[in-house]
Design a binder for this molecule. Structure first.
Ligand code: GAR
Length: 191
């Protein structure tokens, strides 16, 4: 059995989808949700799915002793970032090298980096009249949106699409592919 922790900061619709996907898995289990925003939607989602959720502050997050002891307590093997907006500190990257994955709502390296998250990405895509956008699932290293890319999928953007419509299309891709990519990454590691 491999134990996952999902880190999330927002509504948690990806977390919800991942929790459902692995609900009956005999090889992969989501043991913990970690959230850094005290009233984020993902907290209710964890509760609804009967998965423990810990809300952390910055002091806890940057403390190797505290965070590593929480992750050890829940026997976490791998970490999934699903809309988590803090940069991952280097002690966590070192302790979980190649074992942290992130989803980004654009075709990296386009529209990545600090400040590029959620609707900011979709607004920039619309403003720049991009004809395609999509999702990127990648390993996490010390730099925002920089690690090795495991998977990308594109969708067309219509000239009349609003940022909200682009966000909706991108979310559908995330729901369709993120759990499967996580599953393969857990099963086969890096190939
Ligand atoms: C998702 O679209 C995810 O790709 C994005 O935040 C959203 C979270 O939605 N992540 C980033 O922008 C990371 N840079 P959710 O809370 O409903 O899953």
């Amino acid at each position: 059995m491999q134990n996952l922790a999902i880190f999330a900061s927002g509504a948690g619709s990806n977390a919800d989808n991942i929790l459902h996907y692995f609900e009956k898995s005999s090889t992969i289990r989501v043991n913990l949700v970690v959230c850094n925003v005290p009233n984020a939607g993902v907290i209710e989602i964890a509760k609804k799915n009967c998965v423990p959720c810990i809300v952390i502050d910055k002091i806890t997050f940057v403390s190797p002793e505290q965070m590593l002891s929480i992750l050890k307590q829940y026997q976490i093997d791998r970490i999934v970032l699903a809309g988590f907006l803090w940069l991952i500190p280097s002690y966590l990257i070192t302790s979980f090298r190649n074992n942290i994955v992130n989803i980004h709502p654009s075709l990296l390296p386009k529209y990545g980096g600090k400040g590029m998250y959620g609707m900011n990405v979709h607004k920039a895509v619309a403003e720049n009249k991009e004809e395609i956008t999509g999702i990127t699932i990648h390993l996490v290293d010390e730099i925002y949106d920089n690690g090795r890319i495991l998977f990308q999928k594109t969708i067309d953007v219509d000239a009349k699409d609003t940022p909200e419509e682009i966000a909706h299309k991108v979310h559908q891709l995330e729901y369709a592919y993120f759990p499967e990519v996580i599953e393969e990454w857990c099963q086969y590691g890096l190939v």
